[in-house]
Each structure stands twice: as C-alpha cells, then as structure tokens.
Design a protein around this ligand. Structure first.
Ligand code: CO
Length: 448
C-alpha cells in the first residue's frame, strides 16, 4: 500500500468507527464530546456563567443532539470561521405503546418515519434500537443514552410470489410495510423491559423515550483498489467527522474557530437545536460578550466571518449518469463538491465560492462543482436556513456520495481526508471583509 493510501485508510477506519458508534445524533454528540475532552476542551453549559479564556477550547451542547465547539485566539479576534454540519440521518422512530401483536404469534413494533428515507434498504437486514430514555429521579428527570448493541429486529419483505409486480415499482406504506418484527409470542411486554435493562434503569422509572431503529451492518472499505467506503449515516456524519478532525488540528490565529453540528436537518431544522434556532447565534453573541466586546464589535466581526455549510453531495450514479447536470459532473474521490443553486437553496454565490476555492487551493485539495439538472428540484440544507438566524458569508459544500438517505451509503475513500485538510485551513485562517466587496484572506503561517 502506498504511503498516501495508508493515511487515507487510517482516516477511513477512524471515520467508520465513529459512524458505527454513532447510531443516533445523541451518540454522535457523545462521541464528539469524548474526542473534545481528550483534546483538552472544557464543557460549557448554556444555563451557567461562561468565564472564557483566550487560547482555550470549549464546547457546548443543546438537547444532547447539537454541539458547538470553539477556540478563541485572543480578545481582539477579527471574526468567526465556521463549519456547520448535521448530526441526524433519516431513520425509523419508535412510537409510544410500540408493541403490536400479530395473531398472538408475533410481536412487531410501531414506528414512524424520521426524515426522507429510502425505504427499501431498511428491509431484510438486521436492525437494532438506540437513542435516549428520560427517567424519573428524586429531583426531577434525567437522560440516559441507550443502544441495544445486538441484532434485534428485522423488517421482512413480502415474497415475490405474493406481489408478482413488485419489481415494476412499489409504493411503501409507512404504517403497513415498515414495522419491524421484534419477536415471537414470548416477546410480549418485552420491549420496555429490554430498553430499561439496557439503560440500567427501572422500567417504571422511564417517563419518555426518543428511540430510533438503526442498521446493524458495519461500515466497510471496498472496491478494486479499496477506493470506496460504505456505511450508515455518511450523510452527514462524514462531514461532521471531517469538520471535527480539521478543527482539532487547526491553530486559529486571528479568528474564532467554530465547529458547529446541528440536529434535525432531515426534518427541516425547525427545532430549538436545529439550524433555524438561535443556538449558533446565541453562542457567537455570548463569545463576543464574555470577551468584553461591544455590540458594534460583534456586528463588525460578522462582516469578517466565513461559514462553510458542509452536507454531503450527490456523486454521478454509475447506472443513472443522466440524472445529473450535463456540464458539472462530481465524482467520488475527485474532491470536495461546491454546491450551487440559482434560487439560493444553496448559499454559494460567486464571492463565497471563490473564497472556498482559494481555501481548497491553499489546502492543496481538489474541488468540483454541483448543480441540479435544470428540470430537477434537488434538496436543501443548513446554510440558507442558518443564515436567517445569523447572516454570514456562506458557501454550501459536501462530499460526493451515492444512495443518499439509504441506511447504507457509499462514498470515496479519499474525500474525507480532503475535507479534513480544507477544514484545518478554514479554521486557521481569517476572511477579513468590511462590506465593500473586497476580502482579504489571511492564512495561518506555515510554521505555526
Ligand atoms: Co444531509
């Protein structure tokens, strides 16, 4: 294996570990906390006073499912250098009173769709359950993470003999087709018991739960030359991971580096911890205020800030290459994808695109460009929603992947490392702007 390939695959193995151990947004945040603590970061609480020091790293969470980490180079910082990604992925969520008995022989579980999932991949594979339970305590309530770490559930397909036309197209019914089989008749009243046991709490103490199904198949590296990775939740934990790795490696010099991961992108970002909430804005204002700076200095800092909204992008599909734009053709392993849309579903404009291209050049990583076909609508993401809360010079980017919103997606073996490199440059640099159309990009010194 070539030396360059070794480092790519080391990164991929670390990424796959992160993905496998992050079945829900709660677990992704807990895993990031672990990495941040290891790197010496201190936890802040929104409900307690912040005493911030220069050159120290901090992080704060909201709802245990969104996280913002930052490092302040000095009180006289110029602006904020931000990368925002999302912690959630489409899944099936367990409803209350989940057990349904089928003719007293089977117990299946009642679920509903979370986000725009591809239904078919969830069938005929081992699944399990993870999330959080909220339990009664003497003082009130407390949250416990839970992951039933074994093959537990399956959503069986209907045999082709009972629907001969299935391969001509099938409309999945969320209430009929997507309910997982939990057990035989012995499983009756076993679900809550299992969750309580796994969480290490009394069944009667469980007051409420946010539990999701997840795919048990572990991530892997594949292809003739190991050039692809396949795993659950690449959208968007691949960007989350790259953003955090780049953030931890960066040495912010004149601007505050902000690693921002928000929940609920897949359901429109409208929650208190989503991109359409005040979370990011609250943290930025609070950093400014606790460093003893004025409101005007805050607004000046926003003019000298840059945000990268990082959410995975579509690679050209090998079987349906005509689904993509005719002249802009992103492929896996060919670099970071800059996303454009005339109606500004993506925030990229000529200025933010140009600045991001210069960041890639500086990081010596390739980039490519995505547009939707002009007769297709495409998806949306964090950037434009977040800008309605705190308006910043923003670019939308992502890593090229296939099968977006499947429970097992495919991406390039090189691209994660490219985004880590670019993130490191982003977090170390400063984009000075006054609003006159000129931007001065200051790179951290090579020797720093
Ligand atoms: Co996404």
């Amino acid at each position: 294996m070539a030396e360059w390939e070794k480092s790519f695959q080391e990164t991929n193995r670390e990424l796959l570990d992160f993905l496998d151990s992050s079945p829900t947004s709660f677990h992704a945040v807990a895993n990031m906390e672990k990495m941040l603590k290891q790197a010496g970061f201190e936890r802040l609480l929104e409900g307690k006073t912040w005493n911030l020091q220069e050159k120290t790293g901090y992080y704060v969470t909201r709802n245990d499912s969104s996280l913002i980490a930052f490092r302040i180079p000095g009180k006289d910082f110029v602006g904020f250098q931000i990368m925002a990604s999302h912690s959630d992925s489409p899944a099936l969520k367990i409803k209350d009173n989940a057990e349904i008995s089928v003719e007293k022989q089977y117990i299946k579980l009642n679920v509903e769709k979370y986000g725009g999932l591809l239904c078919a991949p969830w069938l005929d594979r081992p699944l399990s359950v993870a999330g959080r339970v909220v339990v009664r305590t003497e003082q009130g309530v407390a949250t416990r993470l839970v992951n039933v770490d074994r093959d537990l559930l399956i959503i069986p397909n209907l045999a082709i003999h009972m629907n001969r036309k299935v391969n001509e197209g099938y409309e999945f019914n969320g209430q009929r087709d997507m309910l997982p089989l939990f057990g035989g008749k012995e499983a009756r009243e076993g679900f809550l018991k299992l969750i309580a046991e796994t969480a290490g709490v009394k069944e009667t103490d469980i007051l409420d739960m946010d539990l999701f199904l997840y795919n048990r198949m572990k991530g892997t590296i594949l292809g003739f030359e190991d050039e692809f990775i396949a795993a659950s939740r690449l959208d968007d934990l691949q960007c989350v991971f790259a953003s955090l790795k780049g953030f931890l490696a960066a040495k912010p010099k004149r601007s505050v580096a902000i690693h921002c991961v928000l929940d609920n992108e897949e359901v429109g970002s409208g929650t208190k911890q989503g991109a359409d909430s005040t979370f990011l804005r609250d943290v930025l204002r609070r950093i400014n205020q606790t460093m003893g700076r004025s409101e005007e200095e805050y607004l000046m800092a926003l003019a000298s800030s840059f945000m990268v909204s990082a959410d995975n992008a579509h690679s050209i599909h090998p079987n349906q290459p005509d689904k993509a734009d005719p002249t802009n053709r992103p492929f896996m392993n060919e670099g970071i994808v800059i996303k454009y849309s005339a109606n500004q579903k993506y925030t990229t404009d000529a200025v933010s695109g140009a600045i991001f291209k210069s960041i890639c050049k500086r990081a010596e990583v390739p980039y490519q460009v995505f547009f939707n076909r002009s007769d297709m609508i495409g998806g949306s993401t964090l950037g434009n929603i977040s800008n309605s809360q705190v308006a910043l010079n923003t670019v939308d980017i992502g890593l090229p992947q296939l099968a977006m919103h499947s429970c097992y997606e495919t991406a390039g073996a090189k691209d994660t490392a490219y985004l880590i490199q670019a993130a490191q440059v982003l977090y170390s640099s400063t984009v000075c702007g006054t609003g006159d159309g000129e931007y001065q990009v200051e790179w951290a010194e090579e020797s720093d």
